[in-house]
Ligand binder design. Structure first.
Ligand SMILES: Nc1nc2c(c(=O)[nH]1)N[C@H]1C(S)=C(S)[C@@H](COP(=O)(O)O)O[C@H]1N2
Ligand SMILES: [Mo]
Length: 159
């Protein structure tokens, strides 16, 4: 497989607040700002979750699909190879070091088709001062609804 890698150090500071790095197994690694994320189709979701420490929380978010953000960077897999796509993982990191992994299949329209967003607006207020917020509708716990996302990294498991 041909893949393009950024040679940036994973913890290198990003060039400004609200920017996210998209890297790994993508043909066009890039840094995106909030304006570029607003140029993608915007979706809205309400989420309700229970936090072990703060109890029941409810928020409404608007922003692009994580799928569209990653597709724009050109995932380095053969689109017609459904099974090949099952090897791919997305790791996400927030400014405070909180991180998580998703599988590509969760957001792939032919598999989980989960409407996972990068929220740019929360409860009517823009998030330009902190950057995008991962929104995972349907989760019971809030820990995957991650604020201040700074890094999206697509990985492939060994073929
Ligand atoms: N960046 C970041 N996002 C995070 C967390 C965190 O530690 N860091 N904690 C999560 C947890 S455990 C919960 S319950 C929700 C709480 O979100 P809220 O209090 O804004 O509703 O944020 C989530 N997002
Ligand atoms: Mo939580």
């Amino acid at each position: 497989m041909t893949a393009t890698h950024t040679d940036d150090a994973p913890d290198a500071p990003l060039p400004g607040t609200g920017r996210i790095r998209v890297r790994g197994e993508v043909h066009n690694p890039r840094v995106l700002d909030m304006r570029e994320l607003r140029d993608l189709p915007q979706h809205e979701r309400e989420i309700v979750f229970t936090c072990r420490t703060s109890g029941l929380r409810r928020h409404r978010f608007a922003g692009p699909l994580l799928l569209d953000v990653l597709r724009q960077a050109g995932p380095a897999f053969a689109l017609e190879e459904r099974k090949d796509r099952l090897r791919f993982l997305i790791s996400l990191r927030a400014a405070d070091g909180h991180r998580l992994v998703l599988s590509w299949a969760e957001i792939d329209p032919e598999f989980g088709n989960a409407p996972i967003l990068l929220g740019l607006v929360r409860d009517g207020a823009g998030l330009d001062d902190q950057g995008p917020h991962l929104v995972v509708p349907g989760d019971v716990c809030g820990a995957r609804n991650v604020s201040r996302i700074v890094d999206l990294h697509l990985h492939a498991d060994a073929p």
